[in-house]
Design a protein around this ligand. Sequence first.
Ligand SMILES: [Fe+2]
Length: 496
Amino acid sequence: MAFRDLFWRQITAAVVRQTNVIQPHRAPSEDDYVRPMPMGRRYPGLGDIPVYMSENTPKSEEADEFTLIALHEVLHWKETYPLATAFNEPYTEEGVPYPHEYEKLAPTPKRPEDFLPGADRLAGIARRGPFSMYTKPDGQGGYFLDFSSLEALEPRAPFIRVGGIARFKRKEDRTLETVSIEFQGKTLTRESAEWSLAEKRILAAINSYSTFVDHLTHVHLLGAGTWTVCTHLALPAHHPLRILMQPFIIETMRVNNDNIDGLIKSDHSNVPNYTGYSLAALNEVMRAAVAKFDVRWFDAELRAAGAGQLDDPAFPTMESAVTLWRIYRKFVDGWVKQHLPTVDLETRIWCQELHARVPNGVSQLLGIKDFETELTLEHVAHLATMGIFTASVWHHVVANMGREYEMQFDVMPPALDKDGHTTLGIVYEKRNSITIAGLLRYKLIDDTVYLPQDSMKQLWQSFQSELKAYEAGLDQDPAGKFYRVVPSQVPSSVHA
Ligand SMILES: [Fe+2]
């Protein structure tokens, strides 16, 4: 055990040492050539999945040689001598303390109020925090969280199936109350003997779904990754849209290339280890998520409206995501107005590349059929906002905000055995992966962005001023701040 602990601490510390350095953004460069390829070429189990990653990491984003060699050695060692499954002691309520050494790398995760003893955990996370984005109205004044699609998924021994549907009623004070949980055709109420396990089945399902589908598949691959690939392909370095995207997409290729091997290369990789599912099962989950992907997910206003949460103060996390979305949209509209007089050929190709490479396309979102004749600057601004918002705000929600919850292993285990416990090996795997993912490198409101023209700098500064003004307003409500998207905590790009 001591060896395992030491091993993971050393890996985490090594990764952190080279990423946890605030650096100035770099200007776009023509040398940053990338070549897209379908993901199944790198991960054959995914078959012909319509997800594109870059075959190479652009020159300016490459890690130093020592780091690359170390990373490959660690992955090779981990694949050859599987670690996580070899330590199957049950993880109990006492759990493993958060290692003191990690404080230097990432702060101890804060325990959300919703996870304090006696709290209605599901009702709390359905209303605020990163998972409130999954809450939907039932059409009768109530809400529900639906993770029934995971019920059919068989985990490896000794884990049990997770998932289900949780239903909530809305109270006078705008809070929610959990009224029932459905699992495999059976409806449970709070009085049921199996309630506690049913609650954990939902929490474990959210844990896996959020990490694997939202964070990896949606945000990293279909969002930041696809936008980055298309931006590099279609736009030359001096193009105003490329300059706009640059601070938000930098390093995306780096984290989306070799690092993904560590997550989904084999059954010994990180995600199969900590979710308790086989790689084959996870490949199917990703294929299903991609097949039904709707790009409107990336637009905070459309997402909030679809969830019946638009401009509703009962849902503070969604409310602040929408506020930030509007600040982003204003910034991009101003940028396009000043620096992109017409839909030029390169911009058109950029939109067409996005339509071709985002699963199920973007034409339905834009409400157009013909990119040659119908594309307007308004459409361009909408797509650009989605790209930069996903790479920064959505990534923050699923990574940093999610971390506060997913590190509470006693409440929200990544996988469950029949007694509602997980295993220590899985806890280590998850803890280390999300410590790395939660590191802040480029802050959204750092004043270090490279911009070649004064008018661009002014737009960037007024964008930052609006973000700061929003944040200052949040200080009036310190208790609620934890559940809001706070701009100074948002990285400006996907980097882990
Ligand atoms: Fe990430």
